[in-house]
Design a protein around this ligand. Sequence first.
Ligand code: NG1
Length: 556
Amino acid sequence: MAAQRPIPVYTNLTDLYNNLGTSLNHSVRWNDLAEEFRKRFGRKPAYIARAPGRVNLIGEHIDYALFGVLPAAIERDILIACGPRSVPASLPTQETHHSPGSVIAENLHTKYTRQEFAPARKQSSSKEVGEGEIHVEGWHLDINTQELRWESYVKAGYYGVLNHYFSSSASSNADAAESPIPVDLLVTGSVPAGSGLSSSAAMVVASTLAFLAVNGKLDEKLKSLTADDVHHLTKGELVKMSMENEKRVGVNSGGMDQAASVISDASSALYISFFPALKATPVPLPAGSVFVCANSLVVADKAVGAKRGYNLRVVETLVGARVLAGALGVTVGERERITLREVVGRLLGEGKGEELDVGELQRGLERMGKEVEVLRPKDVPDGGELGVTMREMIELSGLEKDVFGEVYLSWVEVEATHFQLYKRAKHVYAEALRVLQFRQTCLDVAASSGSSTALESLGRLMNESQTSCAELFQCSCPELNELTQLARNAGAYGSRLTGAGWGGCTVSLVAEDKVQSFIDQIRDTYAPYKGLEGEALSEVIFATRPSSGACVYKFD
Ligand code: NG1
């Protein structure tokens, strides 16, 4: 399985470029970065770590309901050139850049200034166990989640490497082999920030990989393993580590972004399922299809808008799942946060650790499209309020107020006068079904049993997804609605928002031979693009092919 494969480490440029699935002008960036590293640090880098951004082709806001999604890694990526910094023994170690694991981080983009930081050994807690005392210690790096800066993502990637591989106990201070080594690094990125293309996941994955490489941990045994054999870090392990690391910048992510950035194959999308465990399989995309990303230029601040946006949706879908389970006679533990995926499974008799096959899941989702109507408040006229108040929601859940608060509200801040349990669940089940249909259409085309209308079918599913995101999930915005409509007018088979929404990018499916005229027409019709040319235009609208996932290049 793809997640079991080791992280590719290339030592030969031809192999690297053949495997990247990116065009040649991207490879020029690798040489320029290595050259710039040499100029700034006086030696060539030891490694370049690469992690791509991702575009979600279909399956929005369903990963945290544990339904499968279909993203693809994009050509745009983060590259980090890095190398160990030798510190002469005569120099004082109390200076930041000489202490164990200290980092000098530079960015090719001039607006991101040079940073120096060093991890600190921190004793976070201790407790008595029997006669002995266990010290729970960890590493500390300063990250202010209220005010994230570019190096916050570099630090987030470093965290997992420190805590997985290096003892933070002070005694190991004396043992240089047990200490992280000082690192110089230089970052460059081509994933537009804050646009729904997962620049943050790409930064965290690339940073995790860079620190693993420099510290020689890509092919070493993990601390927890007792066997003597060499362990090559797998893609699945890097996904897990990067997910944990991204929590350091305050994001409780579902895993879609990191899995897409790490596991993707060139020329394929990735079907990622989360239940009963994270699994990813490549899905070939039909020849002649190109996905065009277009930035609405509306910046959605996910962190600031979360209590009425992202986090509220997470709570609504979870409470909707409990209420639906109750109405359908599905058993749920009192303090269990059942998901919409688990409701279908239990309804169809799926046992613990078992997994419905794709056909069963598809039939289950078709059934849920009807069953979900029990969540629709009765006697509401067309256009009337379909949401419920907090009091009504607690009553529907069947839980005591304090238990409800503990299970659904204690870990997240939300704000709403009405909670849309019906609309959100209806979107999730229909969107999960569209993902399976999209996937099947692609597989049929690859097996040559697809019809010549496959691109139309894929486009139709994307358009339905956009309508559902706008009307039921309410995560679109006027600019995204306009841009997706302009895309259809300009000849796209289908167009939809991608990522969390409320701003950021759209993705449109366009015939290969129409890409240039499509981009020209969007430039001429979407007002914020008027007058943009050349690089400024390709910053906001660009065609992309699926690219391969994260990798490392090792210099001799
Ligand atoms: P963006 O905002 O594009 O990174 C977010 C979540 C995804 C998924 C989508 C909606 C994070 C890091 N990512 O994506 O897991 O839920 O929204 O489909 O929170």
